[in-house]
Design a binder for this molecule. Structure first.
Ligand SMILES: *[C@@H]1O[C@H](CO)[C@@H](O)[C@H](O)[C@H]1NC(C)=O
Ligand SMILES: *[C@@H]1O[C@H](CO)[C@@H](O)[C@H](O)[C@H]1NC(C)=O
Length: 535
């Protein structure tokens, strides 16, 4: 009798465990498991580093520049970062001496200071000042270059700027300067030219050419064959970055180019064909939530948190996407905002947006996953667990890279793997156990800052990451499907056996689990009968 009883307890616990481990699988995901996803990065939101050739046809796309007068040997400076007259009196260049170029055409530019004002000049004879709050023709200058980094700058009327003996910048150089040492010649240093996103692409090519380039890219970068590839390798999800202008398709505000909506529709139907679920990820919000190219920032600034108009426009975009896709069989959820900057986006503002976004999605779906991304920079994702954003099917997205931070620069292969087991695991366990939103590693990659790692070292790194990230309660998504840098390219990793997903083992394991469950239940019924007979 005792023996039978303890057996019964054992069988009952085993049953509970099996039912529970099946129940923690993410609702609606193929294969009765968690999300095993791949990002479709660089497709509907452009990132120059993923496919640099998209920018090959744009001359003079430079961004941050400094100017030094060749006669005075002093830098052009916007004192206090803007708000007063420009002077040419600095021996060294730092932020006040650095200007962001707003490209108008191949030769014409507007100059923005660190405080956000534009250089302005009313016409011939003016003293240039950094006092305009917006830019139009009196803020537009033409830059002529020779190929030794020297430039002349002229205003619309054709008059050239010069650095005067009393250190002013004025539009009164007589005639046309040569490239000798004269007051109208400056050395231009390009400090950074690192933004290559949708804004730069469309603005750089102009509407018609940009439309051609983007149509071709959107139609060829990926296709239904990639979904078949993902399916075969056990991937059950794609996370699809989109830009805010998708809600204004087919004619979004300039310079953005329509067509992403049709492409997203295609992705949904390809996904459906292969039992893959889609997460729509708002990667670029109006005004930019992090200043980076992948948020379509115009010049590296983060405008999103500076205006309630941007935030309500963003909620409109979420409403548009939720209403359009909530009932689609391939729809899994919406990510409200990718990678808001911790330095620029205050937590209370973000939490308020996330709460409203959650309600917007709930208008159209009681059960879609609503995904909120951690702030990037120095912020603890726990801040989102304490925020009470939504009660049901809420997911926090963390991005785990052993890259993009000097911390990883000199680590060995072993160090990198140790970091996964120690640091990442500790955080994942804390969050998994935090009785709040589910945890999603929405971006990670099988790349590190180890030079010349061997194939087997990469395999070890990939295995360690998969082992850890499989433990995340919602699942994970690899960054990214395709990339010019092959180690970040998911398909390259799989084809070249740098990353092993062991999808078939997973499937067999899942089937075995169900079989075991069935036979135990059967066995349990028999025992119950036996017990009843005894009573
Ligand atoms: C990495 O190592 C090199 C060579 O020892 C050193 O010069 C550099 O400062 C180190 N970088 C970091 C970020 O630790
Ligand atoms: C690796 O570190 C070096 C030195 O900081 C950096 O220049 C390089 O971009 C890093 N590579 C990657 C892939 O992050």
């Amino acid at each position: 009798m005792e023996l039978v009883f303890s057996k019964w307890v054992f069988v009952f616990s085993l049953c509970c465990w099996l039912i529970f481990s099946v129940a923690v699988a993410v609702e609606g995901v193929h294969g009765g498991s968690k999300v095993r996803g791949v990002n479709l990065g660089g497709w509907l939101v452009i990132e120059g580093w993923i496919k640099p050739s998209l920018f090959d046809g744009i001359p003079n796309g430079d961004m941050l520049v400094q100017f030094k007068s060749v006669t005075l040997q002093k830098y052009v400076s916007a004192e206090n970062g803007g708000g007063m007259d420009i002077s040419v009196d600095r021996d060294d260049a730092s932020s006040w001496e650095t200007f962001t170029l707003w490209r108008v055409s191949e030769l014409e530019f507007q100059f923005r200071t660190t405080q956000g004002q534009f250089l302005t000049c009313y016409g011939n004879g003016c003293s240039v000042s950094a006092t305009a709050t917006s830019a139009s023709s009196t803020e537009t200058f033409q830059i002529e270059r020779n190929n030794n980094g020297k430039v002349h700058i002229k205003i619309k009327s054709g008059t050239y700027l010069q650095a005067t003996m009393d250190n002013q910048l004025t539009a009164d150089y007589p005639g046309t300067p040569g490239w000798d040492d004269n007051a109208a010649t400056f050395e231009m240093t390009i400090v950074a030219n690192n933004l290559h996103g949708d804004y730069q692409l469309a603005n750089g090519y102009g509407h018609n050419k940009a439309k051609q380039v983007l149509e071709k890219h959107r139609n060829t970068f990926l296709n239904v064959g990639d979904f078949e590839f993902l399916y075969r390798h056990g991937i059950n999800n794609v996370r699809i970055p989109v830009g805010w202008w998708i809600a204004y398709d087919p004619d979004p505000p300039a310079p953005f180019i329509g067509g992403t909506l049709e492409a997203l529709d295609n992705a949904f139907s390809w996904a459906e064909d292969y039992s893959i679920k889609c997460i729509i990820d708002l990667h670029a919000a109006p005004g930019s939530q992090n200043g980076m190219e992948h948020s379509a920032s115009r010049d590296g600034t983060t405008g999103w948190p500076t205006s309630f108009d941007y935030i309500s426009q963003t909620l409109h975009v979420i409403d548009f996407l939720a209403s359009r896709y909530a009932k689609h069989p391939a729809f899994l959820g919406i990510e409200l905002l990718n990678e808001p900057s911790a330095a620029e986006v205050p937590l209370d503002m973000l939490v308020s947006y996330y709460k409203q976004g959650y309600e917007v999605v709930r208008k159209y779906s009681p059960s879609a996953y609503v995904i909120i991304c951690q702030r990037i920079g120095s912020a603890d994702p726990l801040e989102l667990y304490q925020a009470d954003i939504g009660s049901h099917n809420l997911v926090v997205d963390l991005h785990y890279y052993n890259l993009f931070d000097t911390f990883f620069v000199n680590l060995s292969a072993i160090d990198n793997i140790q970091f996964i087991y120690k640091s990442r695991e500790a955080q994942l366990q804390a969050l998994n156990g935090a009785n709040g939103p589910l945890v999603f590693i929405g971006e990670w990659v099988n790349e590190w800052n180890v030079t010349s790692g061997s194939q087997s070292e990469y395999q070890d790194f990939g295995r360690a990451q998969l082992e850890m990230y499989n433990a995340a309660s919602f699942g994970w998504a690899y960054w990214t499907l395709k990339n010019d840098r092959k180690h970040l390219d998911f398909e390259w990793n799989i084809r070249n056996n740098y990353l092993r997903l062991s999808s078939s083992e997973k499937k067999v394991f899942n089937s075995l689990r169900w079989l075991l469950l069935a036979s135990i239940c059967f066995y349990q019924c028999q025992i119950l009968e036996l017990v009843e007979n005894w009573i």
